[in-house]
Design a binder for this molecule. Structure first.
Ligand code: DX5
Ligand code: ZN
Length: 216
């Protein structure tokens, strides 16, 4: 069977007990730790920044998947790499020179991710898809955890899968926002291979069991 990569989103965890939360993820079947960085400009919320990523990295035994929801992300790519990011995703909507930004991420040794808002068409990835390691399809409007999954995402997964197959790209399809047990199966069937889950994991009575359950 197709085992998805599960990336619990630390945004939904208890920030006053970050070490405990990261250790829980270390012991779980989580594959990556998704870290949401919000600047209050690109998105209407402020979450956490470099010092917190460094603190997480000190305890994490799994790759940090850093999702930059910030304007001019090229100003901070190197710093987040130094803070411990293994995957760095920038928003297509925040990049005037996306091709250059992808090369910049890869030059640091990190894997390059491109995040795509719900309104943004998959066709906008056509000229860079072969350069990308991960496409992070937003299934909510970024800025907050705990929002409702947007059903149009299924169509976008299929379109993206077609684009990836037709170009021979190796990009992984990651889904971010409102993921739960019900939509997880449909997303994997449609071609997704990485699932981010925040509230579904951290609001459940047994987060480790919930993570395991998402692996189907
Ligand atoms: C939204 C963030 C997501 C969010 C997911 O702006 O990018 O990663 O934390 O949380 P849930 O799963 O609760 O929607
Ligand atoms: Zn995210």
């Amino acid at each position: 069977s197709l085992k998805p990569i599960i990336a619990p989103s630390i945004l939904a965890s208890d920030f006053a007990n970050l070490q405990r939360e990261v250790e829980m993820l270390n012991e779980s079947e989580a594959d990556w730790i998704h870290v949401d960085v919000m600047d209050g400009v690109f998105v209407p919320n402020i979450s956490l920044g470099l010092p917190v990523v460094e603190a997480i990295q000190k305890h994490a035994k799994k790759p940090l998947d850093v999702h930059l929801m910030i304007v001019q992300p090229e100003r901070y790519v190197e710093a987040f790499r130094k803070a411990g990011a293994e995957i760095i995703s920038v928003h297509i909507e925040a990049c005037t020179h996306l091709h250059r930004n992808i090369q910049q991420i890869k030059a640091t040794g990190a894997k390059a991710g491109v995040a795509v808002n719900p309104h943004t068409s998959i066709s906008q990835l056509e000229n860079v898809i072969e350069e990308i390691d991960v496409v992070c399809l937003m299934s909510v409007n970024p800025g907050f955890g705990g929002q409702k999954f947007i059903d149009n995402t299924y169509k976008k997964v299929s379109r993206l899968k077609e684009l990836i197959q037709s170009t021979g790209s190796k990009a992984l399809i990651e889904i971010d926002g409102g993921v739960n047990k019900e939509n997880a199966r449909l997303l994997i069937e449609a071609g997704a291979s990485v699932l981010v889950a925040g509230n579904f994991v951290f609001s459940s009575p047994d987060p480790k069991a919930t993570i395991k359950g998402l692996k189907l």
